[in-house]
Design a protein around this ligand. Structure first.
Ligand SMILES: Cc1cc2nc3c(=O)[nH]c(=O)nc-3n(C[C@H](O)[C@H](O)[C@H](O)COP(=O)(O)OP(=O)(O)OC[C@H]3O[C@@H](n4cnc5c(N)ncnc54)[C@H](O)[C@@H]3O)c2cc1C
Length: 443
């Protein structure tokens, strides 16, 4: 199920005068951050311009993946997958969490060699990742045999139903006294004596000692209004779900041109393994050089597009006053149309790779806008110019699985607790201090 601005509002808590922490954005990152803050005893309000999990956090594939992660992310995602498992037992809604693994199938020796490079990282972290022969891939995937040279497989990787998981955490947060207000855009922050002291929302002001911006694809715009540069570009990714299907595999797999995940409703979530689209806009030019390494690494996967509302993208509103309607109020739920080209590629991919699924109708298709940073890892940091303002954004297409882990990281940071993980790679200043942009494993 995909949320839109037609989805009924579920959370309408009255705005308090003040809380310890305001979280901007009720995606997986904002809700998990608030959840761990609340667990630590902080009072918290989540302001969401649209609906809980309305954007990326309900639209994603539902993979909870350790395999092929950036080495700096991996310890956090290991923590996260265990947290998802615990949460799945404690939450009152079944979120469909189950560990059936992630498989990357390889057609040739080059692909296998590229995958093998990541094995050292897996070994360092005692993961159960292993290389498979072509015959082992055929044993795992009960469809057309003989297509694969081999693959890489992590059996402890997991899946969950994203459209249920984040709303279930939101319910749990509220049951424990956390506040959530949907339909409540945060226009800006307030400061006093050089420190954050609250937010200005479309429904009024709320005092806070700390503010966490977990705005996904909107974070760059929010920060631009504060005069802070945050390089993130939006990439459209298209997804579909099939009707109930024969059980060819219970986990998550990328099989060349197509990626699949078994769903708890008996169908498969299907996506293109090769096609995401970036629509050129002002930020594409502003950040072009920072993105060159990532573009080179993923040139096969990203198509540049000029269509749609190009003029608006080239001349975006980048600043507004506290008493003006902000861009966040004008688009409650970012709900891009799915790409017809991507849907065709997915169908062709099924015909070629997974013929047992090829004739199944797509019962629903949708798209989401992914917030991609130049080095394809997130920002988790305090903003130097605004003490008390924190950023948790830019999860670059893999933020669902790491959600609870990242939420715990952010809660610790806001509460001034010592960091459990090395967070150097996620600092905001890497985009301005001359650091080379080094995208993680491009697998
Ligand atoms: C098609 C697709 C497939 C993906 N597949 C996977 C996958 O299999 N596994 C995985 O780990 N990740 C996957 N991802 C990535 C993952 O979904 C995201 O990284 C993750 O959901 C990001 O969460 P978030 O909370 O940062 O952002 P979002 O979920 O986008 O939430 C941000 C929220 O902030 C709100 N907001 C923004 N600005 C304001 C404001 N000023 N005031 C109030 N509210 C505001 C927005 O309305 C939005 O609801 C996929 C993403 C897509 C689109």
């Amino acid at each position: 199920m995909i949320y839109s601005d037609q989805t009924p509002v579920s959370h309408q808590d009255a705005l308090p005068e003040a809380v310890d922490v305001v979280v901007i954005g009720a995606g997986v990152i904002g809700i998990c951050t608030a959840w761990f803050l609340n667990q630590a005893g902080a009072s918290v309000l989540v302001c969401e311009k649209g609906r809980v999990a309305g954007e990326q956090s309900s639209r994603n594939w539902g993979w909870i993946r350790q395999q092929a992660r950036d080495p700096a992310e991996l310890p956090i995602v290991i923590d996260s997958i265990n947290a998802w498992e615990t949460l799945s037992r404690e939450l009152t809604t079944d979120i469909g969490f189950t560990r059936h693994g992630v498989l990357y199938a390889a057609e040739n020796d080059d692909q296998l060699a590229q995958m093998e490079q990541w094995l050292d990282t897996a070994v360092q972290h005692q993961l159960d990742t292993r290389m498979l022969s072509g015959a082992e891939v055929d044993t795992l995937i009960k469809d057309e045999p003989g297509q694969w040279k081999g693959g890489m497989f992590t059996a402890s990787d997991a899946r969950a139903e994203p459209w249920k998981a984040v709303p279930a955490m939101a319910e749990s947060l509220r049951a424990r006294g956390g506040l959530i207000r949907e339909g409540c855009a945060v226009r800006s922050i307030e400061t006093q004596a050089g420190r954050v002291c609250g937010v200005v929302t479309e429904h009024g002001r709320v005092g806070a000692q700390s503010v966490v911006c977990a705005g996904g694809a909107w974070s760059t715009l929010f920060m631009a209004n504060l005069g802070v540069s945050l390089p993130q570009l939006s990439v459209r990714a298209t997804v579909a779900r099939t009707a109930p299907a024969p059980d060819i595999y219970q986990g998550n797999a990328t099989m060349g041109e197509v990626a699949i995940r078994r769903r708890e409703d008996g169908g498969y979530t299907v996506a293109s393994g090769v096609s995401n689209e970036h629509f050129i806009g002002a930020d594409s030019f502003r950040y072009f050089f920072k993105y060159l390494p990532a573009l080179r690494a993923s040139v096969r996967f990203i198509r540049l597009r000029f269509g749609g509302n190009l003029v608006e993208r080239l001349l975006p509103v980048r600043s507004w006053g506290d008493d003006e309607v902000s861009p966040f109020e004008q688009t409650r739920v970012l709900n891009p149309d799915p790409s017809a080209t991507a849907l065709r590629q997915m169908r062709d991919g099924l015909v070629k790779r997974l013929p047992k699924l090829a004739a199944l109708p797509f019962e629903e298709a949708w798209a989401g806008m992914i917030d991609v940073t130049p080095d394809v890892v997130p920002v988790m940091d305090e903003v130097a110019d605004y003490p008390g303002l924190y950023l948790a954004t830019g999860f670059s297409g893999h933020g669902f699985g790491i959600g609870p882990g990242a939420g715990r990281v952010m809660a610790d940071m806001v509460l001034g607790r010592p960091a459990v993980h090395d967070l150097t790679r996620f600092r905001l200043s890497r985009f301005s201090d001359g650091s080379p942009m080094q995208p993680g494993p491009g697998l």
